[in-house]
Design a protein around this ligand. Sequence first.
Ligand SMILES: NC(=O)c1ccc[n+]([C@@H]2O[C@H](COP(=O)([O-])OP(=O)(O)OC[C@H]3O[C@@H](n4cnc5c(N)ncnc54)[C@H](OP(=O)(O)O)[C@@H]3O)[C@@H](O)[C@H]2O)c1
Length: 324
Amino acid sequence: MAKCVKLFSGVELPLVGLGTWKSKPGEVQNAVKSAFSCGYRHIDCAACYGNEKEVGDAFKETIGSVVERKDVFITSKLWNTKHAAVDVKPACIESLKDLQLDYLDLYLIHWPYGFVNIGENFPKNPDGTIQYSDVSLMETWGAMEKLVDEGLCKHIGLSNCNSKQVAEVLEKGRIKPAVLQVECHPYFNQERLINFCKEKDIVVTASSPLGSPDRPWAKSSDIILVEEPTLKAIGDKYKKSPAQVALRFNVQRGVVVIPKSITPARIAQNLEVCDFELSAEDMKKIESLHNEATGRVCVPAIEVDGKRVPRDAKHPLYPFNEPF
Ligand SMILES: NC(=O)c1ccc[n+]([C@@H]2O[C@H](COP(=O)([O-])OP(=O)(O)OC[C@H]3O[C@@H](n4cnc5c(N)ncnc54)[C@H](OP(=O)(O)O)[C@@H]3O)[C@@H](O)[C@H]2O)c1
């Protein structure tokens, strides 16, 4: 079982959870069951992953028998088309229904900016650009707070937000964000944002903690974090794999990791990162892998003349134009 970190509420969040993005409906059910069997108690879901019904089938089979509801921590995320205040509660209820749960432990706003709600996850204009909505982050946050009041979720939080957006919610909101989920791994280690969140008692969860080698836009020429020679050399010393070293790097900084896998042996391996400690010197070596210019890989983008360019960079709420 993974160690936990305490949220500001006092509730414990396991430092290792299972990611479910890209896990196909036929695969995700077994992945979740396999994770619970080997000791995971934290699953990261989202409506836009298109597999919450199958995750829910796995919950139905296991919660109350293999695990107790009170012992598991389940996260879901509000998709961009549901940012208007009127759409937030129905979206949460749909996720709860699909996941076959009465409440979520954590509900995150998936991205700070919204899209119009016309029945598609990625509504487009005739020229192929996204149809954005002009809903403010605080309108959505206010509706998220009501979900807590009504007992539909225990905590609410943010995802893919920069420090200024987190600060705005802290300043203007009634309920504090418990978690900020952002891409975080040795190639993009988020040091400044993590320090900012630590000061505010907000837990950071690392999405794509293994560098998301199966992201749909990965090219065969891209460098692969789980094959990084520095991580391999460090892992050899501790008898751990490069993936385990990458996960341990975050866990040792108090950052929660949610590696995705559909492979039982890897699911088990990824949980075994709380039984060793990287030396200060090895932590420094891993920190030196950070690359501000190229390290971030999960950026919504479109192809222009064969190159990937950020899709949403001109939106006023686009988070990655700020230094952190
Ligand atoms: N908030 C957001 O916007 C956001 C964005 C991205 C991700 N996320 C969340 O974070 C989770 C993790 O991120 P991710 O899915 O992008 O990628 P990831 O966890 O960084 O990497 C997943 C890939 O690594 C492989 N893998 C898993 N364990 C391994 C190991 N021990 N050794 C070698 N390879 C291993 C998996 O293969 P197999 O599955 O074939 O075993 C899969 O190809 C997501 O699933 C999602 O829940 C959130």
